[in-house]
Design a protein around this ligand. Structure first.
Ligand code: SF4
Length: 698
């Protein structure tokens, strides 16, 4: 990883991995990043985790795409069959001119036959351009990205009940809290630098309440660890709120001043006494009561949640419960109080803010609002586009199967790994008659491409990203892209021109200036300011204000300034265990690997630490199966089957198996269920009925 003193230049930027958004200094020698240090960003204060510190060398991997590639006419049928070291059997190199003309010919004028997936790994400017490309160029809203697979249900509930899809308080505010709930999140693995703040909070005496069907490292620091039954979240949270109502621990003044629909919520909660819910959620009534009292009687409390909450068909209901819990206790809008869905990718907040979703233009302005659309088309100098919400990620794949969508432009996403019931998605990708993939590697999705456009890694380009804390941060290029690879904003701009759009951007700064015209969230945040200060939190109230870490202290962006209680009823998981599939499969990430693994599995240190596809089972379950730790098991659901190495892990319940989704050789999403939450349209990745058997592997 290089000698720490041996570098020519250093460039301040942002970690390309998780939503914490740690600021880094990239040390460069001979156009290579040789090592990385944490610097004093607002989210990390110099700290980095193993991915941020050692996960950068994927940038220089031999597999980087350096020239546009066009599928050969004599290539084998589309499938997951391209060897990255021997791609010439399937693709041929092309000039940029030929490649862009080929893309434009395949997309231009095809209207609703075209759909697009952008990426939370790209910058705000790139996300903005991508959604504009689809809306302006093709007249509809069939554009989405991986927020649909992580926190779409959280955002749906927050917009509905609080009026804003972002966090109400930065995670660093935990330093002012005296109680914090972490539910359905494993920050030590997935938001490691945020987890260091949570541990510090516990060490100084804060009450840390961890709720998760799977045990985790934060348990060691928790005052309460509620290892509840998978899928029983709503029952458990309603039981806790029942106690707060029954014992009159709620904040009457706050509720009267700032909320609506309280009486309906109160009446609904009457059906959830802890004594009745205890067996359902697997947590005894006294513990539920103790947690309710601790949270309600605290001076300041925060709630953090992750994909364990959101990735259910009742994901929106889970978030509604958490919002109601914060509102009834008045734990919003003060130092140390607030709601914080821990965002996954380094720019998933920003990409959503920039309108890379099918129902909203930038700043969550509805596509159905005529005034909103005309404000954008005026800036774009273009005609009106559809006033109907577009299709979401999984709906787009269904529309490909139905023959309604025939061409796609995919920038930086990897649906051939990340979609639920992934063979369904892979079959859809194979059916497309034009698939343009823009990426830095020959990903599983690029295997199905008709055209691959070589793009830039984060350390090779300029642009802003927005982290889980609403902090807009400046990313700067430290090295030049390999070969003929180009920055993503520049590729999309050139493709738009060839598709007939009149785009005149010379730099990401031009794009940012246009974004500001219709995004109030960016008021007082300019490119020059970010270049000077590195980060500004939105909302920023003046050109000098570093931004507001806490919002909604004096009301909410909803009618009459009031947040809403939306009662949540219990909805059972879609794919429940039975005699044939008796256990529960849950999927997630590991510390060393990032999402579909395209970057971290090409990082020497990270891949050396965690090189093999694995799953975790309780030691007693392994004994019952007759499998030694390190042996192999076959996991089978109604969708498919994988064989994978098994680890013994007491944190996993007896009837559960945990499978990370970064490994193509045992792709977790071959097994997962595509049933959707009706509001956020997020799939139920966290719960599938599964059969686990011993497997013989040579
Ligand atoms: Fe990067 Fe997240 Fe680790 Fe920070 S915590 S170094 S942003 S992966």
């Amino acid at each position: 990883q290089g000698d720490s003193k041996d570098y020519d230049s250093e460039v301040e930027s942002v970690c390309p991995f998780c939503g914490v958004g740690c600021q880094v200094s990239l040390k460069v020698k001979d156009n290579r990043v040789v090592y990385v240090e944490g610097i004093n960003g607002p989210a990390n204060e110099g700290r980095l985790c193993v991915k941020g510190r050692f996960g950068f060398d994927y940038i220089h991997h031999d597999h980087r795409l350096t020239k546009p590639l066009i599928r050969r006419e004599d290539a084998p049928a589309k499938g997951l069959n391209v060897d990255p070291d021997n791609w010439q059997e399937v693709f041929r190199e092309a000039s940029w001119d030929e490649a862009l003309d080929f893309a434009a010919k395949g997309l231009k004028g095809r209207g609703r036959e075209v759909a697009g997936f952008g990426s939370a790994k790209c910058t705000n400017e790139e996300a903005y351009l991508f959604q504009k490309f689809i809306r302006q160029g093709f007249g509809h809203n069939n554009v989405d990205h991986c927020t649909r697979l992580c926190h779409a249900s959280s955002v749906a509930a927050l917009l509905e009940n609080v009026g804003s899809g972002a966090v109400t308080a930065t995670f660093n505010q935990i330093e002012h809290a005296d109680v914090a709930i972490v539910i359905g999140a494993n920050p030590v693995e997935n938001h490691p630098v945020a987890a260091t703040y949570f541990k510090q909070f516990a060490k100084r005496g804060g009450k840390l309440i961890v709720m998760d069907p799977r045990g985790q490292a934060l348990k060691r620091h928790a005052t309460h660890m509620l290892q509840f039954r998978p899928g029983a979240d709503v029952s458990m949270l309603n039981a806790i709120m029942h106690v707060i109502v029954e014992e009159e621990l709620y904040d009457r003044q706050y509720i009267e001043a700032y909320t609506e629909n309280w009486e309906a919520e109160k009446a609904h909660l009457a059906d959830f006494p802890p004594e009745k819910m205890a067996d359902i959620c697997g947590i005894d009534a006294e513990t539920l009561r103790a947690v309710a009292r601790d949270f309600a009687t605290a001076q300041a409390g925060m709630i953090f949640w992750g994909m364990g909450v959101s990735q259910h068909i009742h994901g929106t209901d889970n978030s509604r419960c958490l919002i109601s819990l914060a509102l009834m206790t008045g734990h919003v809008g003060r130092p140390g109080a607030g709601l914080h869905p821990l965002r996954g990718q380094n720019n998933v907040q920003g990409a959503s803010d920039a309108g890379l979703v099918p129902m909203f233009l930038p700043d969550y302005q509805s596509v159905m609002d005529d005034g909103v659309r005309s404000a954008f088309t005026e800036v774009w100098g273009s005609e009106d586009f559809s006033n109907q919400k577009g299709l979401t990620v999984t709906e787009i794949m269904d529309a490909v199967h139905d023959g309604h969508i025939k061409a796609m432009y995919i920038l930086g996403e990897n649906p051939a790994m990340s979609d639920p019931d992934v063979e369904h998605a892979r079959d859809a990708l194979a059916k497309l008659d034009m698939l343009v993939v823009q990426d830095i590697f020959l990903t599983e999705t690029a295997n199905y491409a008709d055209l691959i456009l070589p793009a830039s890694a984060f350390a090779e380009k300029s642009g802003t990203v927005t982290n889980t804390n609403r902090q807009v941060q400046m990313g700067r290029p430290a090295v030049t892209p390999p070969g003929e690879a180009r920055e993503d904003w520049a590729i999309t701009t050139e493709l738009a021109r060839r598709c007939g759009m009149d785009w005149e951007y010379d730099s990401p700064a031009d794009v940012f200036a246009e974004m500001k015209l219709n995004m109030r969230s960016l008021a007082n945040i300019t490119w020059d300011r970010l270049a000077r200060e590195n980060a500004v939190t939105y909302p920023s109230l003046s050109p000098e204000d570093p931004g507001q870490p806490i919002v909604f202290g004096d009301g909410f962006p909803r009618p009459h300034g009031r947040a809403r209680f939306t009662p949540a009823s219990v909805i059972a998981p879609d794919d429940v265990p039975d005699a044939e599939y008796p256990m529960i499969l849950t999927t997630g990430r590991q510390l060393e690997h990032w999402h579909t693994g395209s970057m971290t599995r090409r990082s020497m240190v990270l891949d050396a630490v965690e090189p093999e596809a694995n799953c975790s089972l309780h030691p007693s379950t392994l004994r019952r199966l007759g499998v030694e730790p390190g042996g192999h098991v076959r996991l089978t659901t109604k969708r498919g089957s994988v064989v994978v190495m098994a680890r013994a892990d007491r944190a996993v319940a007896l009837d559960m198996v945990f499978l990370p989704f970064a490994f193509v050789e045992a792709a977790a999403n071959i097994l997962t269920n595509s049933a959707l939450d009706p509001y956020g349209k997020i799939p139920e990745f966290k719960f599938s009925a599964v059969r686990v058997e011993a497997a013989d592997v040579e």
